[in-house]
Design a protein around this ligand. Structure first.
Ligand code: 3HC
Length: 322
């Protein structure tokens, strides 16, 4: 390294560290909070995990509206447990992001200011009890495919959070399917309710997997560094192949006139997604964006006294003589 500049020496050191980092990932090792990692790996994970956490917490809102109007006490208890689970998933994920140096205050400020994203699917309204079934079956069904993949992510805390979350997510999907099956096998009106809910939640669920791979600006580095192990389109295709036969078996249709089965590939080929709608909802112009953000801002304001009490208690503890 004689005659090399400080930058060149530092660059060489960086290259060596990057090579070892990528070798670790290639060996299937987990990267832990205290390990060396490229700044971009840290940034990507904070972005992805914090937005995942925001999605879990905002995702409580559509279903929360139906807790008081569940048709039976049993359905109320199941839905209550599910919504509580989502809040807990948010906490796991905020903690996972904190292991990377992000603070809860920064993440919540990014959400409440509109700077951070959350899953666009939660900006659609839940209009009937059947929506509880469609959300569980389709939205949680899509989430399970994505999160099962993330359970293999190279970042240890994210991967471990996903293992716990996937266990609960499976219950979420089953309870949703149970609602849809009950309605589909009920009266004509109930079956029509289920079909209406499937019609409204199908495309927003398809959008949960993100833009097409060719438009997914983050996927390349996330795949290279083992955060993602499947692409957006691969997961979406798996979702379509899984859901279409289930819906058809119940005598329900998929709101996609271009959907057809391709014998050669064994895939259900879906029609084009309305990406204008996708980006428009992400930009804040969906049916419920304002309502969802107002609810999150109010919850944060209503919790101010708790944060102040905790700070006062911590300050008093600190002031106590050792
Ligand atoms: N809603 C909102 N924004 C979306 C989106 C969606 N469905 N899909 C993609 N985006 C955003 C991305 O965040 C990115 O914007 P950013 O760079 O400003 O963050 C941009 O669109 C381009 O998308 P990319 O494909 O390049 O982004 P990613 O590679 O990060 O892929 C993702 C998007 C598939 C959502 C990925 O981030 C991911 O897997 N995240 C973790 C899982 C997650 O967040 N799931 C959300 C639902 S949680 C849930 O369903 C709870 C369940 O209990 C119901």
């Amino acid at each position: 390294m004689y005659g090399a500049t400080v930058d060149e020496i530092e660059d060489a050191a960086y290259d060596d560290k990057l090579a070892e980092f990528e070798a670790r990932i290639a060996r299937g090792e987990k990267i832990e909070p205290g390990d060396w990692m490229p700044d971009e790996y840290r940034r990507q994970l904070i972005r992805m995990i914090s937005q995942h956490a925001h999605s879990e917490v905002v995702g409580m809102l559509p279903e929360g509206t139906f807790i008081t109007s569940a048709p039976t006490l049993r359905r109320k208890l199941i839905l209550l447990a599910k919504v509580q689970d989502e809040g807990g998933h948010g906490q796991y994920l905020y903690h996972a992001a904190e292991t990377l140096g992000a603070t809860r205050e920064e993440m919540l400020e990014a959400l409440l200011s509109g700077k951070a994203k959350y899953a666009s699917v939660f900006n659609y309204p839940a209009l009937s009890w059947a929506d509880m079934g469609a959300i569980g079956m389709l939205v949680d069904g899509a989430a399970i495919l994505n999160q099962t993949m993330l359970a293999r992510a190279s970042y240890g805390p994210y991967s471990r959070a996903m293992i716990r979350i996937c266990t609960e997510e499976n219950f979420h999907q089953r309870q949703g399917e149970d609602i849809i099956i009950t309605l589909a096998q009920g009266t004509e009106e109930q079956k029509a309710m289920a079909q209406d809910a499937i019609n409204r939640w199908w495309w927003p669920s398809m959008m949960m997997f993100g833009p097409h791979d060719s438009d997914s600006k983050n996927s390349e580095i996330l795949l290279r560094w083992g955060v993602k192990t499947r692409t957006n389109d691969q997961l979406r295709q798996q979702f379509v192949n899984q859901m279409v036969p289930k819906l058809h078996k119940l005598g329900l249709s998929v709101p996609d006139p271009d959907l057809h089965y391709d014998e050669e590939s064994g895939n259900w080929i879906h029609g084009e997604i309305d990406w204008d709608e996708f980006w428009n909802v992400i930009k804040g112009n969906g049916p419920c964006n304002a309502e969802r953000m107002a609810a999150r801002r109010k919850a944060h304001e209503d919790g101010q006294w708790v944060r102040e009490a905790l700070e006062a208690y911590a300050a008093r503890q600190e002031a106590q003589p050792a």
